[in-house]
Design a protein around this ligand. Sequence first.
Ligand SMILES: *Cc1c(COP(=O)(O)O)cnc(C)c1O
Length: 444
Amino acid sequence: MMGLATDGGLLVPSQIPAISAETLNSWRKLSYPELAFQVMKPFVGDAIPEKELKELVNASYATFDTAEVVPVRPMGSSGLFVAELYHGPTLAFKDVALQFLGNLFAAILKKRGGRLNILGATSGDTGSAAIHGVRGKEGIEIFIMYPEGRVSPLQERQMATVPDANVHCIAIEGSFDDGQRVLKECFNDLPFKSAMHLGAVNSVNWARILAQVVYYFWGSFRVHETLGKEIPLQVCVPTGNFGDIFAGYVAQKMGAPIRRLLLATNENDILSRFFNTGIYTRGEVHPTLSPSMDIQVASNFERYLYYRVGEDATKVKALMTGFAKGEAIRLPGQDPQFAAGRGDTAMTLATIKKYWELHKVLLDPHGAVGVAVAEANPLKDTVTLCLETAHPGKFPAAIGQAVGDESLASHPFLEKLKSLPLRKTILKPELPAIEEFMKKNCNG
Ligand SMILES: *Cc1c(COP(=O)(O)O)cnc(C)c1O
């Protein structure tokens, strides 16, 4: 629950358990929640009793709209498979982690008798997944700031129609950057932070990574079932903050049958540049059709660096400190576990169109970046599993642009939101206004 480590670095597990071939085989037939329990158990140890962990996991995936949780489908006989990570309550892959995190936080608070006020700033998607992770949970209030009039109506409805009393949507009169700034100011106001038991649910929380490790095992098993043979796969991951693909790296270290991780970025390509040149340098952020990947500094990359430099935390700290000052990070040599590519806007649109026409599958623009990069980087003697991170219904404009008809991208859940009332408070992005609002509406 501490988020960052006390020295400002990211937390990693003291060791990554190796799973024997025998255990791996015994996992093949498990349901998704059963598998999630097995994958998480060695990391959790006796911090949570087994029975309780099982209940947490079951509750977290019962909110998905299919018992499979993450369905995996072959794209004809192309050798490409797609894992649909968007069957949770906000129709994006962040639900896989945040549904679990919400239940986990609530369980820990109940045990310790504590409380938590979560404050976040969002430009769109993370806010709704966080809200749906903790709505109605005892001991937790959540305050999410977003720029008034600058998120899509659909994104606003996914946040501000949630009726639970512990959810507080703050539409700030300003930009996303204003939201980020006032968020930092709140966390830097140490007396306020400690009096309010202020917490975050950002993408560097280790428990989020842990929940994401599960579907790398699950996806491999489902592909093996379809193929009738158990070969190590290539897994292609559309990436922004390096969170999702870092979970794949952990799964591979544990022994998941993954031969290579294929990292896919859009035009914001700091990560694909790094894996192709060994040089990690900041670029400018370009807005694209896949906004959740419009990132130039990947917060979870630091975790990968740690393993890349031989688990030497001092070295990581030196590299990250240099990077914060504007220096590049240079790591010569290639990591054979990774390949990387970039899918630009034209490729994204062409891929959505192609898969719709060829397979009657509508990809969202993030998943389409992945599939475009996967097509360009096949791996000999194996097939590629592509992670599809959002439902296309969340990005009607991009779908319209690609296939000429926005309405193809609808989802009944999103349609239903249109008739629900909005619950939001409009505030100025100024510290006193935000703090006063939080004090008035906080938990205890
Ligand atoms: C957050 C997000 C991503 C990027 O995930 P990372 O863990 O930051 O790499 C990709 N697609 C969608 C739809 C997302 O919401």
